[in-house]
Design a protein around this ligand. Structure first.
Ligand code: DOR
Ligand code: ZN
Ligand code: ZN
Length: 422
């Protein structure tokens, strides 16, 4: 089984180089200026060849919420977006708090056979914040991290135990940071636009307090921790100063937090409803600075597909979340690379190598011997985002009508073409 990718522009941490890339038996077997080989050839002249994207914060909804998404449709959305590996959050029904659900997800993903799927186990049983899940058994079954995403573990004592226990099994906690009491049911950012619209606001402090708590626990225990979907300028600053002290904290953000402000909520379009909420201009600017200076290690989607029924409601009642897998690369390219804020190498690092490193996953690099997980993209090509055309069941994007650059042409997993748009 061989495949030769010819005349592409390879994106590596060092920059961009024109080269051919040969795949043999699912692995990258050779990278050179010119390769001649008697096998299937794809000519990608002028297109970029990236290490397959790795998204460590995705909601696939199966088991239990298959009307929003399932492992088949979510995996199809991933490979359409150039994503070769996803880590899926445990807020399913039943919650992924035991080895049976971990095994179920892994088995379904194998049957679907598109991207690689890594389950994240919940920190607490049923994500109820009270009793620790079967952490050791989930790890043995293949869970790659722990999270109660959708909410914080409000009891700091339980969270401390979770970090210690998880660390004993070599697992990291991925922390959704939201003080539920302070957020108090807020649905948008607390500020000018919450006042104007009359929608209930949730203050930055609700996020920042929990970011600071997770860092305090991590620092005092000397245990690594990962902060999910950072949205506030102040949160970036807390993480920056913790990193400067040597705290083992890593952090992610999402395209909607480096592109959109809460001005967009004045439309009352529920596709703009997400948790944490869209913030203000100064937050967007600080998130970008955090990406530039390394405070924010990686970009994830927090792909949160919902059915139209769950979104077609009053703003207060609609579900939180944005369907993101099919637009993240193009949004990252258009709003970070095209604008000169990050190099393409830096963007790709944040969408592939960095997330792999945070969770100790294989992949993220184009090098001989590595699994042939590869994305080919045409950044010269532009298109207008239309959520109605998503293959994800979640059509909920606030980016409808946005014109972006970056079309995925091929997504290759372990040397097999899983998506082709040629
Ligand atoms: O917007 C969100 N949607 N934020 C979360 O934390 C959970 C997620 C979901 O599961 O829909
Ligand atoms: Zn979350
Ligand atoms: Zn999430």
């Amino acid at each position: 089984m061989k495949l030769l990718i010819k005349n592409g522009i390879l994106v590596t941490p060092e920059g961009e180089t024109k080269a051919d890339l040969l795949i043999k038996d699912g692995k990258i077997s050779k990278i050179a200026e010119q390769i001649q080989e008697n096998c299937k050839i794809i000519d990608v002249s002028g297109k970029h060849v990236l290490p397959g994207l790795i998204d460590i914060h995705v909601h696939l909804r199966e088991p239990g919420f298959e009307s929003k998404e399932d492992i088949q449709s979510g995996s199809a959305a991933a490979v359409k977006g150039g994503v070769t590996q996803v880590c899926c959050m445990p807020n399913t029904n039943p919650v992924c708090d035991n080895a049976v659900v971990v095994n179920y997800i892994l088995n379904r993903a194998k049957e679907v056979n598109l991207c690689k799927v890594h389950p994240i186990g919940s920190i607490t049983k049923g994500e109820q914040g009270e009793t620790l899940s079967d952490i050791g058994k989930m790890k043995a079954a293949g869970a790659v991290a722990l999270s109660d995403d959708g909410k914080s573990v409000m009891n700091s004592y339980i969270m401390r135990l979770a970090m210690e226990y998880a660390n004993g099994f070599g697992l990291k906690c991925l922390c959704h940071c939201e003080d539920a009491n302070l957020a108090d049911g807020g649905v948008v950012n607390e500020g000018f636009n919450s006042t104007v619209t009359g929608l209930k606001g949730s203050p930055r402090a609700a996020e920042d307090i929990m970011i600071a708590r997770e860092i305090a626990l991590s620092e005092s225990l000397d245990i690594p921790v990962h902060i999910c979907h950072v949205s506030t300028c102040s949160g970036v600053e807390i993480i920056r100063s913790a990193k400067a002290r040597g705290v083992k904290v890593t952090a992610e953000t999402c395209p909607h937090y480096f592109i959109l402000t809460d001005d967009i909520i004045t439309s009352f379009d529920t596709f703009t409803k997400v948790n944490p909420p869209l913030r203000e201009r100064r937050d967007v600017e600080e998130i970008i600075r955090g990406l530039q200076d390394g405070t924010l290690d990686c970009i994830v989607t927090d792909h949160a597909p919902h059915s139209l029924k769950d979104k077609q409601a009053e703003y207060d009642l609609a579900a939180f979340g944005i369907s993101g897998l099919e637009t993240s690369l193009a949004l990252g390219y258009t709003y970070l690379v095209k604008t000169g804020k990050l190099t393409l190498s830096a963007l790709v690092e944040k969408m592939s190598a960095a997330p792999a490193k945070i969770l100790g996953l294989e992949g993220g690099e184009l090098k001989v011997g590595a699994p042939a997980d590869i994305t080919v993209a045409d950044f010269a090509k532009s298109y207008v985002i239309d959520g109605g055309k998503f293959v994800s069941k979640g059509k909920n994007t606030p980016f409808n009508g946005f014109c972006v650059n970056g079309v995925v042409e091929y997504t290759i997993v372990d040397g097999e073409i899983k998506y082709c748009n040629k």
